[in-house]
Unconditional design. Structure first.
Lengths: 107, 151
C-alpha cells in the first residue's frame, strides 16, 4: 500500500450538519479464489477491517469480505456538533495497518 | 479438419446463450443455505420486516468486478434508537458475505456506500439491525454480464 489513502470530506461545516465522508485506499483485494498463469492459487489478501473515529469516539466501522471491489471505497456520514479530527484505519489480512487523519472546523 | 460454417457458428452461439440464461434463472430462485446461514448468524434467527431500506444498485452490471452499492435505512439515528449494524450478502457468490457495517448515533444518517464484486446474476440481500433489536431486510437483483470473482 504505497499510495496514500484518498479522503474526501468538507473542511468546514455548521454545527449539527450531517457531512458525507468518502474514503478510498489502493489495494488489490485479492480474493484467494484466483489462480496465476501456472495454475497455483493466489493467496487471499484483503483489507478486512476499516474504522473511523471522530475526536476518539467510534463513528463507523466495516468488516469487509473478498466480495468488496479492489481499491476499497467506503462512503458514510457524520453529524458534527464541534470541530475536531477524523481518524481512519484500514487493516490488511497480513496485519498491516494504514491510518489517515483529517480535521474539520465547525462554526 | 472439419470446418464450421457460419450458420453452425450462429446456432452454437444461440444455444450457449440459451443454456446460460436458463442456468441464471434457476440460480435466482431461492436463497441458498450458505447465504441463509450468514443472515441467521446476524439476526439470531429472528424474522426481519420488509421496508425501511433503499438499495441503490444498477439493474445490469457489465463488469461484476466493481459494482457501486449504496444503502439508506430510513430510520432515525438518535442515542436511544439507531441503526447499529447493516449486513450485506450475495446469494450467488462463492462466499455469501460482502460486508458488515457498524454505525453509531454520531453517523447522523444510516447511509453507506461501497463497490462490490458479483460472480453472476444474483440477489444482493441487505439486513439492518437497530440498537433496540429491530430487524429490517430487503433485496435487489443485479444482472451481471461478466462475473467478478473468477480467475
Amino acid at each position: 500500500m504505497a499510495d496514500k489513502p484518498r479522503l474526501k470530506l468538507p473542511k468546514e461545516a455548521k454545527k449539527g450538519d450531517i457531512i458525507e465522508i468518502k474514503t478510498l485506499v489502493q489495494h488489490p483485494m485479492e480474493t484467494g479464489l484466483r489462480k496465476d498463469a501456472s495454475g497455483n492459487a493466489i493467496p487471499r489478501k484483503i483489507i478486512n477491517k476499516f474504522s473511523a473515529t471522530f475526536n476518539g469516539a467510534p463513528l463507523f466501522s466495516a468488516e469487509l469480505e473478498p466480495a468488496v471491489a479492489a481499491n476499497p471505497y467506503l462512503q458514510f456520514t457524520a453529524k458534527v456538533d464541534q470541530g475536531g479530527t477524523f481518524r481512519f484505519t484500514w487493516v490488511d489480512d497480513d496485519g498491516t495497518v494504514t491510518t489517515a487523519e483529517e480535521t474539520i472546523a465547525v462554526t | 479438419m472439419s470446418r464450421i460454417s457460419r450458420r453452425d457458428a450462429v446456432l452454437m452461439g444461440a444455444s450457449v446463450t440459451l443454456y446460460l440464461s436458463v442456468a441464471d434463472g434457476g440460480a435466482a430462485l431461492a436463497t441458498p443455505p450458505e447465504a441463509e446461514a450468514e443472515i441467521a448468524k446476524f439476526t439470531g434467527g429472528k424474522p426481519a420486516q420488509d421496508g425501511k431500506i433503499a438499495i441503490d444498485l444498477p439493474e445490469i452490471a457489465e463488469n461484476g468486478n466493481t459494482i457501486p452499492l449504496a444503502i439508506t435505512v430510513n430510520l432515525p439515528m438518535s442515542a436511544d434508537s439507531y441503526v447499529s449494524d447493516i449486513l450485506v450478502v450475495a446469494d450467488g457468490n462463492p462466499n455469501p458475505g460482502i460486508a458488515k457495517f457498524h454505525l453509531t448515533p454520531l453517523s447522523g444518517r444510516a447511509e453507506v456506500g461501497t463497490r462490490i464484486r458479483l460472480a453472476a446474476t444474483e440477489n444482493v440481500i441487505v439486513v439492518a439491525k437497530t440498537s433496540d433489536g429491530k430487524l429490517y431486510s430487503d433485496r435487489k437483483q443485479v444482472k451481471v454480464t461478466i462475473g467478478g470473482c473468477g480467475g
